[in-house]
Each structure stands twice: as structure tokens, then as C-alpha cells.
Design a protein around this ligand. Structure first.
Ligand SMILES: C[S@@+](CC[C@H](N)C(=O)[O-])C[C@H]1O[C@@H](n2cnc3c(N)ncnc32)[C@H](O)[C@@H]1O
Length: 329
């Protein structure tokens, strides 16, 4: 993912997300906090992302397993206004003929973005989404004729879009809780050909959205990548997945351990779902992971980067359906 990784790197560097602070010492935490305040001051003064990336805030980071290839889509970019966003053509050497047009947001750091709804899905495509996409494409036959919903897919919903192009699913809803992500998803849908599959983008927020009755118990599969680390969101996410799935339906989740937040979600989900977790779910990913552990241990942290797979099965016997709005609980 060479080109896309560069733009990811710029944004990742300037955002200095929480994940970096979890595995460092107290001294390093203090330094990071100081840098964050410096960055915030720069943002409020109107600094560009380039200036921010060049500042002392920068850190070298792991960005992708290189499972997908990306190159700038010159034709699509020539039609764009210069708002900093870019179109990429994604392909995969293991999937001859597969290609999708994906728009990445420019991601300039602004006070609006810092103050608005969670922006982590507009920063880059995170490794869990990359791996989930690769995994889904390796099992594409399983999704034929299904109703699928991607939750928290960020600005690309890469896996949902890839399934839309290749799986012959009946319908796919790609979603996120961030409006800017959803606007971007609408543009991506317009520019790709999904054949027999219909694809739509929606703003879906666990914990805040009144469940649209047309979505309740509708989906065979819910997919979700790297959304388990929000401490105040895990219960709401589990409830939303439960309400979206048909009885017997399955959620496919990829996320790193991130300070055991993966395991906290699994524990919580066990109350309502049949839960299985797996680390060696794909030989290519596992080999890459082992290689990174041995060769790039300075930038690769298993707890932050390696996506573990979790499957949640909703029971087939009728269970009481619940509303996901906080007021209803
Ligand atoms: C780390 S990003 C992951 C994005 C994408 N799945 C990926 O891996 O590249 C977490 C995503 O969760 C979304 N999110 C956070 N809280 C949410 C909520 N309550 N409802 C819906 N989406 C939410 C954010 O907007 C963001 O896109």
C-alpha cells in the first residue's frame, strides 16, 4: 500500500493517537502529552498538516501489512476539487482482476475535526481494516446473496466496498458514526461498479442512534474493524450488532488487543453471543506478523497492531430484541 501509506503516515504522525501512549513509560507519556499540547497550539494557530508532520511530534510507525496494493488514480484525481482528498486504485496480487476506486480524505487537522465526532476513521485505513478486507476476499464465496452491514468502517469501509464488488451479496450497508466518513463513502459508492449487489452508505452510531426498524434483525453478517478500544462504546456496539443481526447471523470482527480491550469486548459479548476468537486465521497474515515481530520490533507492537479475529454468532432461538438507544435502557 505504498502511496496510500505515505498519506496515512502524514496523518498518523500529526494525530498522535492514544494508542502510542499506552505502551510507553511514564516519562515518554509526559513527553507525548507535551507534544500533543504543542500540536494543538499549532492547529489553533492554523498550521498545515505538512508543518505538523515536520515538527517534533513525528514518530515512525507501523502502517500496513502490504496485503493490498494502491496507486494514485490519476483520472479520478483530475476531476477532484483540491480539498486534499485523493483517489486510489486498490488491487491485490492474490486476486487477479480485482480493483476498486477508493477516496482518502485529505485529513487536514482543524479545530472542527478535533472538536467533532471521533475522527480516527478519517486518518488512514487501519491494519485491521486491511486484514479484514483481505480475509473477506479470501472467503468471498461465503457472502453470496447475503445482507451485510459494516459498522465503524471509517472513510473507506474497505472491506464492505470490496465485498460489494466481488461477493455477489444481495445488499451491503457501509457505515460509520462520523458524517465526513459517510459523505466520503457515498462518493466511493458512486464511482464503483457493484454488479448484482446494491450498496448504500449510512450514518450509524452505536449508543446514540434510534435503531431504524428496517435494519433490525436484517443482516446475515456484520463486519467491523478496530472499533473495540472505545471504553464507553463496547456495550453499545455489542447491542447494536445484536439488533442488526438475524437470528443465526454472524459478526466478523478484527481488532488488535489494544491493552486487552479486545478481550474485554469478547467477555462482554459472551453474555449474548456464541463467541470464538482466532489468531492464526490466515497463513499470509500470520507469516507477515511473525516476520514483523522478529525484524521490525522497534515499530511493530503486537498489542497495538496485530488484528485478532472474533466471530459472534447470534442465537437462532428467538431472543428478546433490544433498542440500542441509551434512553431505552
Ligand atoms: C480506529 S477507526 C477504524 C476505522 C476503520 N474500521 C479502519 O479500521 O480503518 C474507529 C472508527 O469507529 C468509528 N466510531 C467510533 N465511535 C462510534 C460510534 N459510537 N458509532 C459509530 N461509529 C463509531 C469512528 O468514527 C471510526 O471511523
Amino acid at each position: 500500500m505504498a502511496d496510500a501509506s505515505k498519506s496515512c503516515q502524514l496523518e498518523q504522525r500529526s494525530q498522535v493517537l492514544n494508542e502510542t501512549t499506552r505502551s510507553v513509560t511514564i516519562d515518554e507519556r509526559k513527553k507525548t502529552a507535551r507534544k500533543r499540547w504543542q500540536m494543538l497550539a499549532q492547529v489553533l494557530k492554523g498550521s498545515s498538516t505538512t508543518e505538523l508532520a515536520d515538527s517534533a511530534v513525528s514518530v515512525r510507525r507501523f502502517q500496513s501489512y502490504g496485503l493490498l496494493s494502491t496507486e494514485q488514480n490519476v483520472e479520478e484525481n483530475s476531476k477532484e476539487d483540491s480539498d486534499g482528498s485523493s483517489w486510489f486504485s486498490y488491487s491485490c496480487k492474490d486476486l487477479p482482476g480485482f480493483s476498486m476506486k477508493i477516496r482518502h480524505l485529505g485529513g487536514a487537522v482543524s479545530a472542527e475535526r478535533l472538536n467533532g465526532f471521533n475522527n480516527t476513521g478519517n486518518v488512514c485505513v487501519w491494519p485491521s481494516e486491511e486484514v479484514m478486507t483481505f480475509y473477506c476476499m479470501q472467503h468471498v464465496g461465503d457472502f453470496k446473496s447475503q445482507q451485510i452491514c459494516e459498522l465503524g468502517g471509517g472513510m473507506t469501509c474497505l472491506a464492505g466496498i470490496a465485498l460489494g464488488i466481488s461477493s455477489e451479496a444481495q445488499h451491503i450497508v457501509v457505515s460509520d458514526g462520523n458524517e465526513e466518513s459517510v459523505d466520503n463513502l457515498e462518493q466511493i459508492i458512486e464511482r464503483n461498479d457493484f454488479g448484482v449487489t446494491s450498496v448504500s452508505a449510512r450514518l450509524l452510531r452505536w449508543g446514540a442512534t434510534k435503531m431504524d426498524e428496517s435494519l433490525r434483525s436484517r443482516f446475515d453478517t456484520v463486519i467491523c474493524a478496530d472499533c473495540l478500544f472505545f471504553d464507553d462504546g463496547r456495550e453499545d456496539l455489542a447491542l447494536m450488532i445484536f439488533d442488526l443481526l438475524k437470528p443465526g447471523g454472524q459478526a466478523l470482527i478484527f481488532a488488535p488487543s489494544r491493552n486487552k480491550t479486545f478481550h474485554k469486548f469478547a467477555e462482554l459479548a459472551e453474555k449474548t453471543f456464541q463467541v470464538t476468537t482466532e489468531s492464526e486465521y490466515n497463513a499470509v497474515v500470520w507469516n507477515m506478523h511473525c516476520k514483523m515481530l522478529s525484524e521490525d520490533s522497534d515499530i511493530y507492537d503486537e498489542s497495538l497492531h496485530f488484528p485478532i479475529m472474533m466471530k459472534l454468532r447470534k442465537p437462532t432461538e428467538p431472543t428478546e430484541s433490544r433498542d440500542t438507544t441509551p434512553e431505552s435502557r
